[in-house]
Design a binder for this molecule. Structure first.
Ligand code: SF4
Ligand code: SF4
Length: 329
């Protein structure tokens, strides 16, 4: 049974998916005022990902133990012994007699009971299961804004096609009530899933991270063949904006930028967005117990932006923009 038959068979609006954020009044994820629905789960591991809470497909715990009040409630409710109290042995904390909570992520099964009882915000969660109908109710609140601004909804992530049946259910339900739909994708998806959602997408926001396949694999964990094949697959069938994260020293060299501009010229691309590297997501890594892989990267300097702008103009690429507000992944 393919995805469409499966969705038709089940009640489409009951289809469930894991969402980590629903951002209203978004103005950078497509035209007009939009609601962006961020789904969990991504097959890529980009070194610069600014949404690390999107990577795993299930809900997970975010810790901020520096605001812990040491009430001990989390320890009481945790049936897996995943949270414990340890003495901090740093000289500073010895003077202050301070102790520190620690979370053993291997023991944690993400039941989220500790999040429910924590009074200080030291424990929170990324990801919650929603039905398509629940998301739709939230989206529908802002119908007048979409209509007046030419906006709509954007399904983002993570990789939205990592949950293809939920993404299809959201897109289909939105389109049924006349809402403009955009899909923010890495393009790394089963071509059958791409075909199934295509009739319900008005605009693709399509990431291109590197055109050299081995470098793509090095910096994202997967090669780019599937991504480029899917891009050619949808080309000419739907409006496409290319989104290019500009990562210093990784994909911002002249010859690579020339290749990106040439690719845009070959295809029917409505606009190219360059997304200069930023460090907005770095602080999230510690709270998720993960390591940030670009600790020393610096922002793209203004001269580089100017240079890329001149390059685009000299190659007759007129519809391009820089947006440092966008989350890069
Ligand atoms: S999420 Fe559940 S298993 Fe994990 S630490 Fe909290 S209470 Fe324990
Ligand atoms: S419930 Fe929250 S505030 Fe209380 S000990 Fe656990 S982490 Fe600290």
């Amino acid at each position: 049974m393919n995805i469409i038959q499966h969705i038709r068979k089940s009640n489409i609006r009951n289809t469930k998916g894991c969402v980590f954020n629903i951002q209203k009044f978004s103005i950078h994820d497509g035209p007009g005022i939009r609601t962006t629905v961020f789904l969990k789960g991504c097959p890529l591991r980009c070194w610069w990902c600014s949404n690390p809470e999107s990577i795993h497909s299930k809900p997970e715990i975010i810790t901020k133990f520096d605001v812990c009040r040491n009430c001990g409630r989390c320890v009481e409710v945790c049936k897996h012994g995943a949270i414990s109290l340890t003495e901090d042995s740093s000289p500073f904390n010895k003077i202050k007699s301070k102790s520190q909570r620690t979370l053993n992520r291997k023991a944690c099964n993400a039941c989220l009971s500790c999040v429910d009882v924590c009074p200080s915000g030291a424990l929170s969660s990324a990801g919650k299961d929603y039905s398509a109908n629940e998301v739709l109710k939230i989206i529908k609140d802002d119908l007048p804004f979409y209509k007046n601004s030419g906006g709509g909804i954007t399904i983002s992530g993570g990789e939205p096609l990592y949950q293809p049946d939920f993404t299809l259910a959201l897109l289909k339900s939105a389109r049924k009530i006349g809402i403009h739909t955009a899909l923010d994708t890495s393009g790394y998806a089963d071509p059958k899933a791409v075909e199934s959602i295509l009739p319900y997408v008005n605009l693709f926001l399509y990431d291109i991270k590197h055109l050299d396949s081995s470098l793509h694999r090095k910096y994202t964990g997967v090669d780019n063949t599937l991504i480029l094949n899917n891009l050619y697959r949808i080309n000419g069938r739907v409006e496409i904006y290319l989104r290019v994260p500009l990562i210093p020293g990784i994909n911002d060299g002249e010859s690579h930028l020339e290749e990106i501009i040439a690719l845009a010229g070959k295809l029917e691309i409505a606009k190219v967005y360059f997304m200069p590297y930023h460090r907005y997501g770095v602080g999230k890594y510690a709270g998720l117990g993960r390591k940030y892989l670009l600790p020393d990267a610096e922002n793209i300097p203004p001269e580089k932006i100017e240079y890329i702008s001149e390059l685009c103009q000299s190659r007759h690429l007129t519809d391009y923009e820089f947006s440092s507000e966008l989350f890069t992944r």
